[in-house]
Write a protein that binds this ligand. Structure first.
Ligand SMILES: NC(=O)c1ccc[n+]([C@@H]2O[C@H](COP(=O)([O-])OP(=O)(O)OC[C@H]3O[C@@H](n4cnc5c(N)ncnc54)[C@H](O)[C@@H]3O)[C@@H](O)[C@H]2O)c1
Ligand SMILES: [Zn+2]
Ligand SMILES: [Zn+2]
Length: 396
């Protein structure tokens, strides 16, 4: 019997690599003929995992983490017709059936059949259907023909694996944030957050032809990373208002498009740059987006936050000045990124050298046993995207 090891959430601030079950082609007691077993080549740590590991969700102890998975198919169920053993594939973090009305409409982030509790599912994530995560050596992927993106040439793909591993989540997510904020040729864009999603979004804005991409954060190292590939930056630890800092760059205190790549753990500005203010990014979006502009919100907002400082926020209620957004006819776009809508095009952009996404987010490859220290460094705000190499297939 093959062995398997994975990263388990233990308690706030603690994850552990432990022996876990080798995956079966089964969903509960039912056989999963449409699924495959994947030997994982690369699996990334995400800011979304950090919400759980910081104790800001109701994630249960022992949850096997990991939703950003790339790997080789080593076993395919009876009903898998087009994906074959040996294929190198990217796994969208959303689990989708391909059969419900939302999947048919391309809304794979809110599939109706993969999570009894609510629309939408993901591997290794609280409230997302109980699917086993893929920060591990092996994982099971259901509805394989529908979900998986096969890389056309394995050797060529392995040469760009540090870029291609970002197709399972943050590259499509950043791109989706930009698209839903209406970014196109000549746009002036503000991206809130210089974490991996914000940086992937900034690179996506450039790919879409934006004229100016301004990235804001209070983390100086991450802002430096944004400048390294041509972004303007705003340092929110400074006292000057966001509008004033934007005006200093583009001559007016407003932008065409705004992307929230921060989410509910947002911190304030100036003297409050270390203090959480969950609604601050949403409120500044309405303040600095021009009338008629659009706001993309890939940053995560939760329905329950046990770590919130006030009672309302514990239930996901935030104080947002919606009247301002209404008066300016803003459009807002929220939710999980439907990865499949974008991953093939972005794969080609990588394979044909139209984007340097691994460089933009500063990929650092680590071993599975170093995942706990990767989590710690990422939590401290390292300007890196940690990619785990669980089977020694990238580093060797
Ligand atoms: N919608 C989706 O499908 C999807 C997918 C992946 C990640 N996400 C979410 O995207 C968000 C970002 O992910 P990440 O991996 O980059 O996380 P991260 O935690 O590494 O980055 C967040 C960054 O925001 C900065 N920040 C805090 N307050 C700020 C403020 N007021 N203004 C500007 N910057 C501020 C932090 O300093 C940090 O650098 C998370 O909420 C994550 O859960 C959503
Ligand atoms: Zn992720
Ligand atoms: Zn579905």
């Amino acid at each position: 019997m093959c062995q398997n090891h994975g990263v388990a959430y233990i308690k706030p601030g603690e994850v552990e690599v432990r022996e876990i079950d080798y995956p079966k082609l089964a969903i509960g007691n039912r056989q999963c003929h449409h699924g495959v077993i994947i030997k994982i080549v690369a699996t990334n740590i995400c800011g979304s995992d950090q919400h759980m590991v910081r104790g800001r969700t109701t994630a249960p102890a022992g949850l096997i983490l990991g939703h950003e998975i790339t790997g080789i198919v080593i076993e395919a169920g009876r009903d898998v017709e087009f994906i074959k053993e040996g294929d190198l594939v990217s796994v969208p973090f959303n689990i989708a059936c391909g059969r419900c009305r939302n999947c048919k409409a391309g809304q794979t982030g809110i599939c109706l059949n993969v999570n009894p509790a609510r629309p939408g599912a993901a591997y290794g994530y609280v409230d997302m259907g109980g699917w086993v995560g893929g920060q591990a050596e092996y994982v099971m992927v259901p509805y394989a023909d529908f979900n998986l993106l096969k890389f056309p040439d394995k050797d060529r793909a392995m040469e760009k694996i540090k870029d291609l591993t970002l197709l399972s989540d943050i590259f499509p997510t950043g791109f989706h944030g930009a698209v839903t904020a209406g970014v196109g040729p000549g746009s002036i864009v503000y991206v809130a957050g210089a974490g991996p999603v914000g940086l992937a979004c900034a690179a996506s804005c450039q790919l879409l032809g934006a004229a100016v991409v301004i990235v804001g954060d209070m983390n100086k190292e991450r802002l430096e990373q944004a400048r390294s590939f041509g972004c303007e930056t705003v340092d929110l630890s400074q006292e000057a208002s966001l509008g004033d800092q934007i005006e200093a760059i583009v001559g007016v205190p407003e932008v065409d498009s705004f992307v929230d790549c921060v989410g509910f753990e947002a911190k304030g500005h100036g003297a409050d740059a270390n203090k959480e203010q969950a609604a601050t990014v949403l409120n500044s979006a309405m303040e600095i987006t021009r009338a008629g502009g659009a706001i993309g919100i890939p940053g995560l907002y939760v329905t329950g936050d046990p770590g919130a400082s006030d009672e309302a926020a514990k239930k996901g209620n935030l104080s947002i000045r919606i009247g301002l957004g209404w008066a300016k006819s803003h459009s807002f776009y929220t939710g999980q990124c439907p990865v499949m809508k974008y991953h093939r095009q972005l794969m080609n952009a990588i394979l044909y050298d139209k984007v340097q996404i691994a460089k933009a987010v500063n990929v650092q490859v680590i071993k599975l046993q170093d995942a706990p220290s990767g989590y710690k460094d990422f939590d401290k705000g390292a300007a890196k995207k940690f990619v785990i190499d669980p089977n020694g297939m990238i580093m060797n």
